[in-house]
Write a protein that binds this ligand. Structure first.
Ligand SMILES: [Zn+2]
Ligand SMILES: [Zn+2]
Length: 82
């Protein structure tokens, strides 16, 4: 089951389980759409995997299967390395 992490690892923007702008890799490294495309080029900076849009969990199921509240933040942000 997806953890549905609550924020972007780059800019710490909130990405709630209802967000249409959350992008994840296969390990659920989680980024906002802006960082995933502009800073990361669609590639996870942690594992090198592709970033895809995170599916939203239906609201009715969130009470039974709540989203993660553990915020993960990438050390030093995610500026594109030169
Ligand atoms: Zn971001
Ligand atoms: Zn990753």
């Amino acid at each position: 089951m997806l953890a549905l992490r609550p924020n972007c690892e780059c800019c710490n923007r909130d990405l709630g389980p209802e967000s249409e702008r959350a992008m994840i890799c296969s390990f659920e490294c989680t980024f906002c759409e802006d960082c995933a495309e502009a800073a990361l080029g669609g590639v996870c900076p942690n594992c090198g995997g592709e970033l895809v849009r995170r599916p939203r969990r239906p609201a009715a199921l969130l009470s039974k299967y709540p989203a993660s509240t553990d915020r993960v933040l990438h050390q030093g942000g995610c500026a594109r390395s030169a």
